[in-house]
Each structure stands twice: as structure tokens, then as C-alpha cells.
Design a binder for this molecule. Sequence first.
Ligand SMILES: *[C@@H]1O[C@H](CO)[C@@H](O)[C@H](O)[C@H]1NC(C)=O
Ligand SMILES: *[C@@H]1O[C@H](CO)[C@@H](O)[C@H](O)[C@H]1NC(C)=O
Ligand SMILES: *[C@@H]1O[C@H](CO)[C@@H](O)[C@H](O)[C@H]1NC(C)=O
Ligand SMILES: *[C@@H]1O[C@H](CO)[C@@H](O)[C@H](O)[C@H]1NC(C)=O
Ligand SMILES: *[C@@H]1O[C@H](CO)[C@@H](O)[C@H](O)[C@H]1NC(C)=O
Ligand SMILES: *[C@@H]1O[C@H](CO)[C@@H](O)[C@H](O)[C@H]1NC(C)=O
Ligand SMILES: *[C@@H]1O[C@H](CO)[C@@H](O)[C@H](O)[C@H]1NC(C)=O
Ligand SMILES: *[C@@H]1O[C@H](CO)[C@@H](O)[C@H](O)[C@H]1NC(C)=O
Ligand SMILES: *[C@@H]1O[C@H](CO)[C@@H](O)[C@H](O)[C@H]1NC(C)=O
Ligand SMILES: *[C@@H]1O[C@H](CO)[C@@H](O)[C@H](O)[C@H]1NC(C)=O
Length: 495
Amino acid sequence: MARLLLLLLLAVSLVTAEDAFIGVNIGTALSDMPDPTQVVALLRAQQIRHVRLYDADRAMLLALANTGIRVTVSVPNDQLLGVGQSNATAANWVARNVVAHVPATNITAIAVGSEVLTTLPNAAPVLVSALKFIHSALVASNLDNQIKVSTPHSSSIILDSFPPSQAFFNHSWNPVMVPLLKFLQSTGSYLMLNVYPYYDYMQSNGVIPLDYALFRPLPPNKEAVDANTLLHYTNVFDAIVDAAYFSMADLNITNVPIVVTESGWPSKGDNNEPDATLDNANSYNSNLIRHVLNNTGTPKHSGVPVSTYIYELYNEDLSPGPLSEKNWGLFDANGIPVYILHLTGSGMVLANDTTNQTYCIARDSADPKMVQAALDWACGPGKVDCSPLLQGQPCYEPDTVNAHATYAFNAYYHQMEMASGTCYFNGVATITTTDPSHGSCIFLGSGGKNGTINGTLLAPSSNSTASGSPSRILYGSFTTSILLSVVLLWSVLLL
Ligand SMILES: *[C@@H]1O[C@H](CO)[C@@H](O)[C@H](O)[C@H]1NC(C)=O
Ligand SMILES: *[C@@H]1O[C@H](CO)[C@@H](O)[C@H](O)[C@H]1NC(C)=O
Ligand SMILES: *[C@@H]1O[C@H](CO)[C@@H](O)[C@H](O)[C@H]1NC(C)=O
Ligand SMILES: *[C@@H]1O[C@H](CO)[C@@H](O)[C@H](O)[C@H]1NC(C)=O
Ligand SMILES: *[C@@H]1O[C@H](CO)[C@@H](O)[C@H](O)[C@H]1NC(C)=O
Ligand SMILES: *[C@@H]1O[C@H](CO)[C@@H](O)[C@H](O)[C@H]1NC(C)=O
Ligand SMILES: *[C@@H]1O[C@H](CO)[C@@H](O)[C@H](O)[C@H]1NC(C)=O
Ligand SMILES: *[C@@H]1O[C@H](CO)[C@@H](O)[C@H](O)[C@H]1NC(C)=O
Ligand SMILES: *[C@@H]1O[C@H](CO)[C@@H](O)[C@H](O)[C@H]1NC(C)=O
Ligand SMILES: *[C@@H]1O[C@H](CO)[C@@H](O)[C@H](O)[C@H]1NC(C)=O
């Protein structure tokens, strides 16, 4: 009974929160990092209203002034020891990096350190002090109501996270986690959690089905069920977030909300990272955004918003490590989308749902032979009506392979309803937001919706030399045995 009451209270206290939002992390390890005004121009064009910085860069904070964009700033790990050991250093940090910028720049949170327990355990003993010192400096400036203080955790501090009801924080960290959670509770802050189903999937050795990681629908009888709570899980993201709720409950903390400070999927990887693909990244992020903005909540806390920052705005070519590390971004350094999210109907984020205004063009730098092969494929097996390219027709000029290929690639891409992976052509094609129409040569998708879309939504054959590389989603195509093993695994753990 007491437990029921507790749950009820919890439900009430969490439900009063606002709608969930989608934000974006801005990493800066790019060899040609756009300057702050360019970054802000991209954010505005895409109607991105929440960002997290990994520091408190002055020029960036100035550029974000008077934009209405909500900003989470960070105390970088290399400043954590100083801040955590000295109240004066913390007060200084807040004066210089926060007080100097508000209210023009709408700083709404300070992330103190990043995955400190797992990446910088030596600083763990001062972590809670650092949060408290930063917080008291905010109190002194009367900013503590509008600016929350927390610290992002790796979800790897959660042990036994499947099934979620069995999860707990690695108890070695209790001396930090207990006072930390009490601090978050008493200051009305939230748990910051980095959630990477990509890594859970990669490390599961096939136990976690790809569809389950990508939020793709599972047949009801194949959903993972937590035998302890009978809650049905349809995706890994929810399972991890619920594991965090249960881990907090394990420490008797039941009213601290969760904000996911990082989540995403890489669009490219090394040979041993076969699931880091454009299609998977697009599916993951598109589905994640829809899921979050729907205020669906998680099975444990249905309807309780879980605001989430996508990792990340730009591909960071200078990131060390495997190829995937450089390819988590939604955009390249020029602000060109790496892929076009499928967000139709999800409202006002990554705006205009760029879906309607994108074109597929041949890359300037591409090998002409490969472009020619792809052009031949598009006008042949690809079923593009290439008659406008004939002599005397509107798109004949300029009579170059690239210009003709651009017309054909774009027509194919639009015929395929801009499905992800349909602007690839063995890498010689790329997506742009600039309408390539010229003179009387009107490209498909450019308002003059001439689309000779013949309903040929079948994937081109994979044996073609220049397929659009479509990997149509075969919903529920994973084998029953894999899913069963997930369920079985959970059941075994519960025995
Ligand atoms: C979105 O639409 C607005 C106005 O409708 C326009 O100014 C802006 O450039 C568009 N953004 C993109 C990325 O197309
Ligand atoms: C700053 O962000 C907060 C939280 O979203 C919001 O309530 C407030 O109105 C914003 N302030 C300004 C000046 O935009
Ligand atoms: C830290 O400094 C703030 C002022 O910035 C002060 O209000 C607070 O009492 C100090 N806290 C400690 C633990 O010294
Ligand atoms: C728990 O944390 C401690 C301290 O970092 C670490 O040594 C240990 O390996 C962790 N346990 C597990 C199961 O990850
Ligand atoms: C949580 O509460 C239970 C029951 O009140 C108690 O036995 C347990 O020690 C508490 N755990 C922590 C970490 O405070
Ligand atoms: C949106 O939320 C409703 C319930 O609030 C749910 O039925 C629906 O499946 C959700 N849609 C998505 C895409 O999550
Ligand atoms: C964008 O495309 C969607 C479906 O593809 C359509 O419903 C919507 O009206 C289009 N928006 C514009 C502005 O053309
Ligand atoms: C678009 O359609 C109109 C009439 O249906 C036709 O005259 C025109 O040539 C078409 N344009 C292209 C580029 O196919
Ligand atoms: C499009 O469909 C029409 C009638 O359904 C058919 O006659 C035509 O050949 C098709 N065109 C292509 C390129 O498949
Ligand atoms: C290529 O695929 C098409 C359609 O799937 C098939 O008819 C054809 O035989 C295949 N060609 C080769 C060489 O495999």
C-alpha cells in the first residue's frame, strides 16, 4: 500500500513537467569548424531551440544571445578538479561563464563534467562538491531557479539493466550517487544520462535485435517483456531510461526526472562496424525524435517527458578512435545534412522537415566513369524518365555527364519519395538543399511537381552496378529465436 502511494505520488510529481524537447549537442572537433555565427545560423534555419555545449565558449555564448535558444553549458572535465576543490574557483567560473551572459543568452543548465565516474574516476570524490559550489554561486546570483545543475552519466554505471526492473547503479559508486541524487532532488534538478542503444546493440553479440535498437515496430508477441513488472518494451532507449529510474529507486530516490544528454547513431563506420550506416542513423534519429516529441514517456513512466539531446550537430572529423566516432553528426561542416531525417508530422524541429526541399545531385569530385555508370543505371533499371536529357529537350544543356546525372539522380530520388539511401549511387551522389533547376529544366521536387512517380517503390536490384543502395525496412524481419532469447534472458535473470 505504502508502495502504491509512493508510485502514485511519483506519477503526480513527474507528470507536472513540461513537454519534452529535442536538443542537439555541439562538439567542435572539426578541422574546419564553422564560426559561431554560422553555427547559430544553422540552428535557426533548422529551428533547433535547445543546445548543449561541451564548454562555455565565450564567442559561442555571445552568438547565441537574443536567439531564444536554450543553452546547457558545461564545466569541462579538465576544470572539474579546480571547481570541485574551491568554492572561489566555482564562483569565478559561474561569474565568467554564466552571469556574464544571462539573460541575453538563455542558459538553462550547467553540466558539471562529462561521464566523470567512468572517464575520470579520480575526480569522483569532488564531483558532488563541484555541483554544490556551482549551485551556491547561482544562488548568490539569484539564478538557481532558472539554471539547473547536474552531471551527465554514462549509462554503463547502470548494472543489470535488462530487465529494467532489476537495474541498479554500480554500488561502488554509492558514496557519490547517494549524495548526488539527494542534491538533484533538493534542487529540483534532473539526472543527466547518456543513452547509446548503438553500443548496447554492438556489445550484445546478437542478443539485441537491430530493429529493437532502432525503434522499429516489433510484433506485439515479440516485444521484450519485463517479467517482474509485465511492462512491454518496444525499444532499447526506453529500457535504458527505465533502468535508470529503477536504479534511482534502488537508492530510494523516486522523484528525480531524467534528461538524456546524449543519444544518437553513427552514419558511417569501419569494416567492423557494419551497422553504422546512413539508413540506420536516419532511422534511429528520426524515430527517436518522433518518440521524444510525442511525450510518450517510457513504459514505467508513461507520458512523462524525456527530453533528449541528439549527439550531435556536426560530424567531428578530428574525433579520435574508430571511423564511427567521426560520424555521429546530422550535418557536415558546411551545414549540409548528412542525411535527411524523416520527420513529417513531428512538428517544429529540424524545421521545414527539409524532406520537401532536398535534391540529389552528382558529386563534383566523383569519378566520371562511376557517374556515367550510375546515370545509365538510373535511366535504365532505375526507371527514370530521362527524355528531358535528349538533345533539344529542356535539360540537355549543359551537356555534361555530371549535369545529366544530377537530373537523373534527383528524379530517381524523388521517385523513391526521398527514402533514405536512395541518393547514394555508389557514393557519387549527394543531397543538397539548393534547387538545381535552371532555365526551363525544372527538377523533380522543385515545386513543379511533375513527378512521373509510377509507384515503383521497389528497391532497385542489388546486382546493379549503381544501385541507390536502398535497404528497405523489413519490419519484424529478425528471427523469433533472437527475440525469444532476450525474453528468456530476462526471465532467467529474474529467477
Ligand atoms: C525554413 O523555412 C524558413 C521560412 O519558411 C526559411 O527562412 C528557412 O530558410 C527554411 N530552412 C530551411 C533549412 O530550409
Ligand atoms: C529561457 O528558457 C526558459 C526555459 O525554457 C524559458 O522558460 C524562458 O522563457 C526563456 N527565457 C527567455 C528570455 O527566452
Ligand atoms: C560558497 O560560496 C557561496 C557564494 O558564492 C556562498 O554562498 C556559500 O556559502 C559558499 N559555500 C561554501 C560551502 O563555502
Ligand atoms: C563498478 O565500479 C567499480 C569502480 O569503478 C569498477 O571497478 C567495477 O568494475 C564496476 N563493476 C562493474 C560490474 O562494472
Ligand atoms: C532505502 O529504503 C529502505 C527501506 O526504507 C532501506 O532499508 C534502505 O537502506 C534505503 N536505502 C538507501 C540507499 O538509503
Ligand atoms: C504517441 O503517443 C501515443 C499515446 O500518447 C501512442 O499511442 C503512440 O503510439 C505514440 N506514437 C509514437 C510514434 O510514439
Ligand atoms: C511535404 O511533404 C509532405 C508529405 O510528403 C506533405 O504532406 C506536405 O504537405 C509537404 N509540405 C510542403 C510545404 O510542401
Ligand atoms: C512538366 O509537365 C508539363 C505538363 O505536364 C510539361 O509540359 C513539362 O515539360 C514537364 N517538365 C518536365 C521537366 O518534365
Ligand atoms: C508508368 O505507368 C504507366 C501506366 O501505368 C506506364 O504506361 C509507363 O510505362 C510507366 N512508366 C515507367 C517509367 O515505368
Ligand atoms: C539482376 O536482378 C534482376 C532483378 O532482380 C534479375 O532479373 C537479373 O537476373 C539479375 N542479374 C544478375 C546478373 O544477377
